[in-house]
Structure formats: C-alpha cells, structure tokens
Design a protein. Structure first.
Length: 339
C-alpha cells in the first residue's frame, strides 16, 4: 500500500502547546520503558506525524474491520444520536483523527456550536482542522494539542450551548487497562461537566466506540495485515526515537509481533528483538536479549455488559447501544447525570 504524505495545511494557532508530548517527555517515557522488565511503553508515542499517517492507512485496510464498521454504525444511527445529544451542542473529540467520523455527527446535529478536537500530535491536528473550518463556517473549531490521558481543563461551556457531548471513537478505550479505562472515563466526566458554575440543565454525555469480543482469527488478521502497514506503524516508534532522540535502534533487527491473549481478552503488540543488542539513549545504554520484546500496545475487547459496568464505575449512566449485525463493534451513548 502506498501511503501519501499529508498535504500541507495553512498554519493553525493552537491554544496551548502539547507539553507532555514534547521531546523530553518522549525521552523520559522511553528511559522508563527500556529500564523495565518486561519493557513496555504507552501506545500514545506511536502518533508523530508519520505514525498518524500510517494509522489512517491502517484504517483503510481490508483486514481492519473497526473503522468501516464504526463508520457504518454512525451512518445508520447519526440522526438518532443527534436527537439524544440535542441542539446547539459542543462536541469534544478525545484523540481526534481524520475527521470522517465526526463529520457524520456534525452533519446530523442541529446547529452545533463548537467542536473541540484534542490530539497529542499537533501536526496531525493542524492538518485536520482547517478543512473543517472551511466546510463548517458557522462552527467554532477550537483545537487543543494535548494528551487527553492527563489532567486537562477544557474551555468553559459557551453560554448559548445546550449540551456538551464527548466523542471517543475508534475503540481507543481498549488501549487502557480496565482500571485505567475507568479512571479515564471518570476524567472525561469531570471535563464534560466543567466548572461547578455550569448550568445543570445542559445535557452531557459521551459517545464511545468499543471493540467487542470475537473469534481470535479475526483479531489476528486485523493486527497482522498482509500489506505490512501495521508492522510499519509499530516499527515507526523506533524510527521516531532515532530521529527525535538520537537513539541508535537497528530497526531491521526488530520484528512486529501481535497476538490475541484470550484470558485477558486483549490484543498485544510487541517489537521483538531478533538478536542480543544494545541501544543508546541520551548517553545511557539499554540491553535487549535475543527474543526480548518491547510491549507497545494492548487493545482490550469487551462484551456490551462488561463495558456498561465499566462506564457505571466512572459515573455514567449507560443508555443506548448500537452494534453491527456481526456483533464485531459497538457504539455506546453514556449519559452523565448532574453532579
């Protein structure tokens, strides 16, 4: 598959820098990862500009069912979802992607007021917001370059807004351990509520995409595509480290390795060292044994009941659920009761 470079957008002024996604934060995370046994790093570091580009390519692969299934659910149920959210809404997207999904939501909403996309990759965010501003001239677009998994204060809800809805598509919730996912949803609830002075009459809720438990063969194919794009995506973490941090990873000496762990209901992705080797990072040496791996991602799969229980722990009231006919993917509308 040929992956084309992102077109160069007009510069977009971001409200504040992505401090936690900066070079030293990446270096600190990699030092910590390489010093651990077993070695493990957060998948958020996949998403430099090239990583974001590769992920968008993954979403187009025939083996990768989540994106097209979620898009199908949004297309089929956008009007119903819009009625649940209500008119004059603000939409907060956690981990903004290529904007195809949120466009379906914005098109169905009645007089949406503001769109607040949050993404750790400032470059990727800039590439996505300018076309939205052009296509939705009456919509206020306020991009936030930040790590949504860390404490974050959103701008106050606009006075005329009748609702604030969170949008967390793509089954990204599965990248967190269940306890971490519950904590993240709790943080989302606090962000969506805003200040204690906000009107309690405003509707608040979260629309979240959740990958469902399914036969392992389908999961294995989705994370080990024939074109090798997912392998490039995984290995790009090392390419990024070499470019940004001056590490000396021999990228060709690592293999992409992904498999389903049925006991924990999760996919795991690793970078597997083919041989014993040493890697330098900011003057420190870290050793890999032959066959040792760097754990780069986990993706938990849930049943509908399991995810609803998780949402309740975070303070949401589970409401509508939409699933495809093959029961591969689900969309959940979670209502946030008044504080």
């Amino acid at each position: 598959m040929n992956v084309h470079p992102l077109r160069q957008p007009k510069p977009v002024a971001l409200p504040f820098p992505a401090a936690d996604s900066g070079t030293q934060a990446f270096a600190d995370a990699l030092h910590s990862a390489l010093a651990q046994r077993p070695k493990r790093i957060s998948p958020k570091w996949f998403y430099d500009e090239r990583g974001s580009e590769l992920f968008e390519a993954i979403c187009e692969l025939p083996e990768y069912y989540p994106t097209r299934t979620e898009l199908g659910l949004l297309e089929a149920h956008a009007e119903e979802i819009a009625q649940l959210i209500g008119p004059q809404a603000e939409v907060v997207e956690f981990g903004a992607g290529a904007s195809r999904k949120v466009r379906l939501l914005l098109d169905a909403l009645v007089k949406p007021l503001r769109y607040l996309p949050i993404d750790i990759s400032g470059e990727h965010l800039q590439a996505s917001v300018e076309p939205l501003r052009q296509d939705y001239p009456e919509l206020e677009v306020t991009p936030l370059a930040a790590d949504f998994s860390q404490p974050l204060k959103l701008p106050p809800v606009a006075e005329e807004a009748q609702a604030r809805a969170g949008f967390f598509p793509g089954s990204s919730i599965g990248n967190f351990e269940p306890a971490e996912a519950a904590a993240l949803l709790t943080r989302f609830a606090a962000m969506l509520r805003g200040s204690s002075n906000s009107s309690g009459k405003r509707q608040r809720g979260l629309l979240v995409g959740v990958d469902l438990v399914k036969p392992p063969a389908l999961l294995h194919a989705a994370y080990n595509d024939a074109a090798g794009v997912t392998a490039q995506f995984n290995l790009n973490l090392l390419v990024r480290a070499n470019r940004e941090l001056g590490t000396d990873f021999d990228v060709d000496a690592f293999d992409h390795y992904a498999f389903y762990q049925p006991e924990q209901q999760r996919i795991e992705m690793h970078l597997l060292s083919r041989r014993a080797q040493s890697v330098q990072l900011q003057g420190r040496q870290y050793a890999f044994e032959a066959g040792e791996n760097l754990h780069t991602e986990r993706s938990y799969k849930y049943t509908v009941a399991q995810f609803q229980a998780l949402a309740r722990r975070a303070g949401f009231d589970p409401a509508q659920v939409w699933c495809d006919v093959d029961q591969r993917f689900s969309l959940h509308w979670l209502v946030l009761p008044p504080a």
